[in-house]
Design a protein around this ligand. Structure first.
Ligand code: PMP
Length: 390
């Protein structure tokens, strides 16, 4: 695993700290912010917020606990010389993505994280009072963007087994067909971690009018090991009005550097392109090219994630807790009580876990960290959620 030198790490961490707004993360941090000074431990030792952040076990945002690969760090370090430029050579990132997916470059749209593509899709396809259809719970940012722009989210509950009710999505989309600007499917779904069956994606595309765009968010694609899953990129290649989004934030571990993209037919990309400003930094474009080439790192992370995830899930299951099968780098466990107070208890112990995802208020979403992170998580879990509570 790549290890950064002290100065390099400090430089990167201060950037990450700024991006995550660390002083907002813990009551400890809030107190610091209010007092305008560095916090102190009980024995009076001053800790700066950066150190505090570094010490947290971060299991709330589905990040990669291992950091970017050595090749990615090298590529990014070499690109610092472009930090002062606008018109720098970008390392060929768009072409590299296009080649990776066997599509022409005009089928690719880059974003500062895939969230920027989700926003662009909302802006392009959901003008005033149009509707976006999708399940609940899912990655709700799409619905938030929609309602901000006076569009409306029409959501369909998950089935009893927490999978997507595709027949109902199709029914709702057809019923509202004149007003629906976008259908959103997150695959694997966040926060549940389970996949949308490939037959269900086909059912959807066969079951709704062809002119309604379907956005399939594949942020967690790289972690999936499930014969029922397939990427929806094949529908883009068939010319269907499908947008597939991917991100470098998860498997490539550059969440703080912000790079993602959408792949769609050219006409669809052309509708979204005008609402993208081009706020991606020069450095991560080089990191992205290196990440696409580093398939052995990707395979290693995928394997590690699976091992640590399955081990942690087995431990919780042996304690009697219900867990939704996961194909992602996070999972949900039913703690049979409101997650918010429990989340605070974890936070007091320096462990960040997922928030509430209505209506699944008793399900705790836990990101898969390193083996050590998960050991600390399970130990805290045993303290906070006592045996017999399941
Ligand atoms: N889609 C899903 C399903 C996510 O969970 C996230 C981030 N957690 C994103 C998109 C956005 O990620 P990013 O902007 O970092 O690519």
């Amino acid at each position: 695993m790549y290890q950064m030198g002290g100065a390099t790490r400090r430089r990167f961490m201060s950037g990450l700290a700024a991006i995550f707004g660390i002083s907002k993360l813990t009551p400890f941090g809030l107190a610091v912010q209010a007092a305008g000074q560095a916090p102190a431990t009980p024995d009076g030792v001053q800790i700066d917020p950066q150190t505090e952040y570094d010490r947290l076990v971060k299991l709330s945002s589905n990040e990669n606990p291992y950091g970017p690969s050595e090749a990615v760090m090298k590529a990014m370090t070499g690109a610092w010389k472009y930090a002062s430029r606008y018109g720098y050579p970008d390392g060929g990132i768009t072409e590299a993505i296009a080649e990776h997916h066997k599509v022409p470059p005009d089928h690719v749209l880059l974003g500062a994280g895939s969230a920027e593509i989700l926003k662009a899709a909302d802006d392009a396809f959901l003008p005033d009072h149009r509707k976006v259809v999708g399940v609940e719970p899912t990655f709700e940012v799409v619905y938030r963007f929609a309602t901000n722009s006076k569009a409306q989210a029409v959501t369909v509950p998950l089935k009893e087994d927490y999978t997507v009710d595709m027949k109902e999505i199709i029914r709702v989309t057809r019923t509202n067909a004149r007003d629906v600007g976008l259908v959103y499917i997150c695959n694997p779904n966040n926060p549940t971690g389970n996949v949308v069956h490939k037959d269900d994606i086909k059912l959807l595309l066969d079951g709704i009018p062809e002119d309604i765009p379907v956005l399939v968010d594949e942020a967690y694609h790289h972690f999936v090991d499930n014969p029922d899953y397939e990427s929806s990129l094949k529908y883009v290649l068939e010319g269907r009005k499908v947008i597939v989004t991917r991100t470098f934030s998860k498997i490539a571990a550059v969440a703080g550097m912000r790079l993602g993209y959408g792949v769609a037919p050219r006409e669809v990309i052309d509708q979204m392109r005008p609402v993208i400003y081009g706020s991606i930094n020069a450095i991560v474009k080089y990191g992205g090219v290196a990440a696409l080439q580093d398939s052995s790192y990707e395979a290693r992370i995928k394997l590690l994630n699976r091992q640590v995830r399955d081990q942690t899930m087995a431990q919780l299951k042996s304690m009697g807790y219900e867990i939704i099968p996961s194909d992602a780098n996070f999972f949900m466990v039913n703690i049979k009580r409101d997650v918010m107070p429990v989340r605070q208890e974890f936070e007091k112990r320096g462990i960040l876990v997922g928030r509430r995802f209505p209506p699944m208020d008793t399900w705790l979403r836990v990101s898969v960290g390193s083996e050590d992170d998960m050991r600390r998580f399970v130990a805290a879990f045993k303290e906070i959620v006592p045996a017999g509570a399941a």
